[in-house]
Design a protein around this ligand. Structure first.
Ligand code: ADP
Ligand code: NI
Length: 213
């Protein structure tokens, strides 16, 4: 095995263990999908360093405050230094972890190619059929309502409809999921996002049809 393969294997084992307490939408299968999607986007775009992308995708959810009080960047530095990873690469991977999320992401900050790609992959996994499954799974985990008709959403989906005080999972579509297609960084991400977005819109239309029938 090369050094890089050994390090990736070590990091993979660390992450598998670390995400065990996350809900299933944020667990190991999410990490695997993000790694795969990110490497695929990179192959199509041909602009990032695949080693940084793979490490960044593996470690992107470490320290997620929804599940842990651990300091993600400090953990990542500890793990990667213990494997003798180059300090420049560690900085890149830490910056992916710090800047990736919808909430934490600094929208106008300059993003590295690797961050752009891992962020697109993470956002794509929050969209489409899998995104819908993850949203309702997280909503159940957090004890939220599926839908609260008093929140009053327009059909077809109206992006301005998010209510800041609302906590149903359907509200989460308006708050976040339906915005993601316009936040893609790469052409490949935009292409993949279109189909997933349209599926979510169809899903909501059917949801309201059934709810109101
Ligand atoms: P980010 O780290 O990019 O802000 P999150 O970790 O908040 O993303 O979201 C990850 C997954 O959990 C996504 O699939 C997202 O839709 C889902 N999720 C997060 N918050 C909620 C919520 N309030 N209701 C339903 N799903 C949620
Ligand atoms: Ni993620």
């Amino acid at each position: 095995m090369t050094d890089k393969t050994q390090i990736l294997k070590f990091v993979e084992d660390f992450v598998r263990e670390a995400v065990q307490k996350h809900d299933s939408g944020h667990g190991w299968s999410h990490i695997e999908r993000v790694v795969r999607l990110a490497l695929h986007i990179n192959e199509c775009e041909g602009k990032g360093d695949s080693y940084i992308i793979e490490l960044g995708a593996l470690l992107h959810d470490i320290g997620d405050s929804k599940f842990t009080s651990h300091d993600g960047p400090a953990e990542i530095r500890r793990i990667l230094s213990s494997q003798g990873v180059d300090p420049g690469i560690i900085d890149e991977v830490v910056s992916i972890n710090e800047s990736i999320s919808f909430s934490k992401g600094k929208h106008d900050a300059l993003k590295s190619d690797e961050l752009q790609i891992v962020q697109d992959a993470d956002r794509l996994d929050a969209m489409g059929a899998i995104g819908i499954a993850r949203a309702f799974n997280y909503g159940g985990f957090a004890g939220n309502e599926i839908y609260d008709p008093r929140e009053g959403y327009a059909n077809p989906p109206n992006l301005a409809a998010a209510r800041s005080h609302a906590s149903s999972t359907v509200n989460h579509f308006y708050e976040k999921l339906l915005h993601l297609k316009d936040l893609m960084n790469t052409d490949t991400g935009r292409k993949l996002a279109g189909e997933r977005h349209d599926f979510m819109v169809k899903y909501l239309e059917q949801f309201y049809r059934e709810w109101n029938s």
